[in-house]
Design a protein around this ligand. Structure first.
Ligand SMILES: Cc1cc(-c2ccco2)c2oc(N)nc2c1
Length: 158
């Protein structure tokens, strides 16, 4: 049977900047990323995305304000479980991005995205998101810093 876990990743953006969070603990610690995490058994993907935004940076987003922009599948050498990451983007949010135990939020202009302090796949698929193209990417990690192969393609619809 296919072993996979579903995760969410939310990026709040406007024409000038994108909100990223510095992960303060756990998986991906010390990397800037969107906000998100595991989808629990008792919730939908969109409900998980909304929950994680609230938990990780105290911001409220509404279902209709989140657009599904892509899907990322991550596999790891020696690990049977694939990470199925559903990526969302939105402009409208309520509240003020606030640091939590999990994440330290910060707005970045598009010319200052800290790719050297992000997951190595980000520099490969961010151009699709930033150009408002839908995308589907598959990345195989040899180790947590090294992508051994990948494939990414634009989608016509999600
Ligand atoms: C291997 C990996 C995992 C994640 C992740 C964990 C939880 C949500 O996403 C990533 O996120 C990004 N941007 N690259 C990523 C690589």
């Amino acid at each position: 049977m296919v072993l996979k876990k579903i995760y969410t990743l939310v990026f709040l953006r406007n024409e000038k900047k994108i909100l990223l969070g510095l992960k303060k603990r756990g998986f991906g610690i010390n990397k800037w990323n969107g906000f998100g995490g595991k989808v629990e058994q008792n919730e939908s993907v969109i409900e998980a995305a909304i929950r994680e935004m609230k938990e990780e940076c105290c911001v409220t987003v509404k279902k209709d304000d989140l657009k599904s922009v892509g899907q990322l599948e991550f596999t790891f050498e020696g690990d049977p479980v694939m990470m199925d990451v559903r990526v969302f983007s939105g402009v409208v949010y309520y509240g003020t991005p606030t640091e939590t135990e999990e994440m330290a939020p910060k707005w970045f202009t598009y010319d200052s995205i800290p790719f050297d302090d992000m997951w190595p796949d980000d520099r490969l698929w961010f151009p699709y998101m930033l150009n408002n193209k839908l995308f589907y990417g598959k990345f195989h990690y040899k180790d947590l810093d090294t992508i051994s192969n990948y494939d990414i393609r634009e989608l016509k619809s999600m």
